[in-house]
Structure formats: C-alpha cells, structure tokens
Design a protein around this ligand. Structure first.
Ligand code: CMX
Length: 438
C-alpha cells in the first residue's frame, strides 16, 4: 500500500477499520441494493431535495427531533466520554477526529498522541502567507481562508500520488495524509488571518504543549482558560452535520471527482460562507447588535417581539433560527447555552439571546410558513465569542470552517476507503416536466 507509515497511530487504527467497512458496504449493496429509499416528487426536485435520502455519510446522522449524533453519540455523550484537557472541561476535538475516522472512542493516550501528531504537521508552507499578503486587507476572512487552503494544493500528496499511478484501494491513504496536514495547519492559518485582519499582523507562535483547539485560541492572542475551553467546545460541535448541508455536500461532490482534499474542502468552505449557512453566525451578531443599539439589552419581550416582526416584514430572515432538517431546538444551541449558564450567566448579550429564545419561535410560527421556528447553532455562538473579547464578527465563520474540516475531510477519507463513485444525479428541464405530467 502507498507509503503506509506506521508512526501515525490514528492512521494504523483507520487502516485496521477499513476492511470491515468495505465488507459492510458490499453486503449492503448485495442484500438491499434494489430496495426503494422512497420516491422523489416534483416538489422535492424543485425544493432543494429536502428529505430525499441519496447520500452515504458515515461520520454523523441528523435526527429531526433529537439533533445530531456523531458516530451514534449525542453532544452530551461526547462531553462525557471524550478525553478532555481539564477534568470538568470540554472535549478535545482531536478525540472526535479519531472517532470520526475509526468509529471508536479513543483513549486519553491516543488523543494526546494525535495532538502531538497534529503539532508535528502544523508548519504552514510559506506560499500561504504570500497569498494572504497579496489579498487586499478588506478581503473577507472566509475568502482569505479559502485562498489559503487553495494555496496549499500544489503540494497535495493525493494529487501527486494519483499522477504517479495509484490503485483505487489505496486512494484513502494520501487523502488521509493531505487531510491530516490540512487539519493540523488550520489553527495557524486561521490565527494568521485573524491577526492580519484585525490586529497589527504580528503572528504568535504555537505553544508546543497545547492541544489543537487550545492553540487556536493562543495563536489568535487569547490566553484565558475560558477561551480555550470555548474553542474546544466550538470546534467539537461545528465539526459535522451529516452529508446534505451545503459545506459537507460541496466537499463530497467535488471530492467525488477525485479532486484532492484541498480542492474539495475549499469548495465546502465557499458554501459555508453563504448567509443561509455558516455565515449566519456573523449575521446573528450584526442583527443582535442592531437590536441592542436600538432597544437596549434590557428590552421587554413585547418590544422584542415587535422588532422580530419588523425584521420579517422588511423581507429579511431572522438569522440563527430555522433549519432545513431539524424540527426542534438545535442541541448545538443548547450546549452553548449550558456553557453560557456556567461561565457567563450575567452577560447582558447572553440575556438578550435568552430573551430572543423566548420570543422568536412564536413570531416565526405565526407566519405559518416556517417549518422550524427554533434556534440553530448560529443563534448562540457569536455571543460567547463576544464575551471573551473576540468581537470581530466577520471572523466567526472562519472558526466554523476550521471545525468543519474534521467532519468533511474524515468523510472524504472514508468515501475513498469505501470506493464511493463520482456523484452524478439526473436533472430535468421545466419542459421535460410539462411533457411528462402536463
Ligand atoms: N426567518 C425568516 N423566514 C424564515 C426563516 C427565518 N429564520 N426560516 C425559514 N424561513 C422562511 C423561508 O425563507 C421560506 O420562505 P419562502 O417560502 O417565502 O421562501 C419559508 O420560511 C419556508 O422555509 P423552511 O422550509 O422553514 O426553511 P428552509 O429549509 O427553506 O431553509 C434555512 C432553512 C436555515 C435556510 C432557513 O431557516 C433560514 O434562512 N434561516 C435563517 C438563516 C440561518 O440561520 N441559517 C443557518 C442554518 C444553520 C447552518 O447551516 O449553519
């Protein structure tokens, strides 16, 4: 097999898990391949394919009522079972990466080893800084992140191995190598974008003993223990949300053409940068600041309700509320709310978020058209960052994007390990529909 080095423990655990995963997929194809997963109606085709099961995604599964499960585990279970940096703290996201790739909950030793492996791979190639320097300072941080990822593509181990001739069963190996390199470098890249855009551009070196998420906070310039804990939680909960959301699906779609991990993940990031998806965390803060400056944070529920209605009447969405799949409060919102109750219960902006949680669902439900009036992950994240002094809302989606790498790149490795084919759904024209059904 192409360069299967044995010095990366996670890679060995993954290599061990792959044969049974391949066998499982083969059995499913043989036993249930011809079973129907349901029919696609015209409205489904025209309505963004809501609820059409048409993708395989191993790392997580979303239930409309219960929310996300990462390899079968709820967020609360992850908080209990994954190794932590401090005893009553948040999970180390490296542990989740292990779980995503192997399906097994890692030991503390395995996670400590993976943290060290990521630090070993964290050096950022010089061309990344050159590309960032070449961009106008006003370039949105998400565009900077996407360009930084693309600038690493010329060194892709997958692209090189493919050009040199690579067996299909070995595709996963250099995909894993690129993915781990990319994930390892992300905290340094995100911190460089932050320091360049919002500070004086002076970079902070990685701490050689800190974990992946702790180092992100450190390199951004935040030494407070609370910020590091927040980053660990934040990097865990934003990592994956099954396969159909825009960032996951875009990564998968582009990756299905055997584009390398840099090309594929950059595509996902470009989708995450849309206001109906990841950029909503930035939009929430913008809107929250407007509410606060116009009504104050001690606003009555009645005035708040009128404000929400006015937002809707102006033709805008209420950012941070609603979801294409979920039909209850997002557990990622709840976990952040619990963090706030523990660390910042009296923070006025948190109280405003809580009041909105009381008010917004009823106003959205009154419209009669919003399928899910409950808050999603983005309704809460910005306020936690604000509390710790990370006030630059245009940066928030970058943090989402760094976390999302773990889910979508893990799945890319697994998709290649299972030999999933190029994605190519069938499209039709309006004329075709009229001829068939008219
Ligand atoms: N505010 C106002 N209107 C909303 C709304 C909201 N928060 N959520 C849904 N609607 C509207 C839709 O715009 C749609 O209106 P039209 O029929 O006039 O086009 C109608 O309600 C039905 O939409 P839906 O079936 O409930 O929701 P969709 O699956 O089409 O869209 C989503 C889901 C997330 C794009 C939508 O709820 C939304 O725009 N929310 C605000 C933006 C947001 O928070 N996005 C982040 C989602 C999480 C993430 O991916 O990061």
């Amino acid at each position: 097999m192409q360069g299967l080095s044995t010095d990366c423990e996670l890679k060995c655990a993954l290599a061990e898990a792959i044969p049974s995963q391949r066998d499982r997929l083969k059995s499913i194809k043989t036993a249930f391949g011809s079973k129907s997963l349901g029919e696609v109606t015209v409205n489904m085709a025209l309505g963004g394919m809501r609820g059409v099961p048409g993708l395989l995604w191993e790392t997580s599964l979303l239930d409309a009522e219960d929310g996300i499960r990462f390899r079968g585990h709820t967020i609360t279970e992850l908080q209990q079972k994954l190794p932590k940096a401090c005893p009553s703290g948040e999970p180390l996201p490296e542990g989740l990466l292990w779980l995503f790739l192997t399906g097994n909950m890692p030991s503390k030793e395995q996670v400590v080893g993976l943290s060290a492996e990521l630090r070993k791979r964290a050096d950022i190639p010089p061309q990344v800084f050159k590309v960032l320097e070449a961009l106008p300072a006003k370039t949105h941080p998400m565009t900077q992140l996407s360009c930084a990822i693309m600038s690493m593509q010329p060194d892709s181990k997958f692209a090189r191995a493919y050009q040199n001739g690579l067996r299909k069963t070995d595709y996963w190996d250099p995909t894993f190598e690129d993915s781990l390199d990319c994930i390892a470098r992300l905290p340094g890249i995100a911190a460089a974008i932050y320091r360049r855009t919002f500070r004086n551009g002076s970079l902070i070196k990685a701490d050689p003993v800190l974990d992946w998420a702790g180092n992100l906070a450190h390199m951004m310039g935040y030494s407070d223990r609370g910020v590091k804990e927040l980053m660990r939680l934040y990097m865990t909960i934003h990592s994956d949300h099954e396969g159909g959301n825009v960032s996951a699906h875009a990564t998968h779609l582009v990756g299905s053409a055997l584009s390398d991990p840099y090309l594929s993940y950059a595509a996902g990031l470009n989708g995450l940068a849309g206001p109906l998806h990841g950029l909503a965390n930035q939009e929430v803060l913008k809107w929250l600041n407007q509410v606060e400056s116009e009504l104050g944070s001690d606003v009555s529920r009645e005035d708040l309700s009128r404000y929400v209605s006015a937002t809707l009447k102006s033709g805008r969405v209420v950012p941070g509320y609603g979801h294409a799949v979920l039909r209850k409060t997002d557990p990622r919102f709840t976990s952040q709310r619990e963090f706030a109750l523990k660390h910042l219960p009296d923070y006025p902006k948190f109280k405003l978020v809580s009041k909105l949680f009381d008010v917004v669902p009823a106003v959205l439900a009154d419209t009669g058209k919003v399928a899910n009036p409950w808050p999603n992950v983005d309704a809460h994240s910005g306020v936690l960052l604000q509390f710790y002094g990370i006030t630059e809302q245009n940066f928030y989606t970058v943090l989402f994007g760094v976390s999302r790498a773990m889910g979508v790149l893990s799945q890319l490795v697994l998709s290649r390990a299972m030999g999933l084919p190029i994605e190519r759904p069938k499209s039709v024209t309006t004329g075709w529909l009229e001829n068939k059904f008219g």
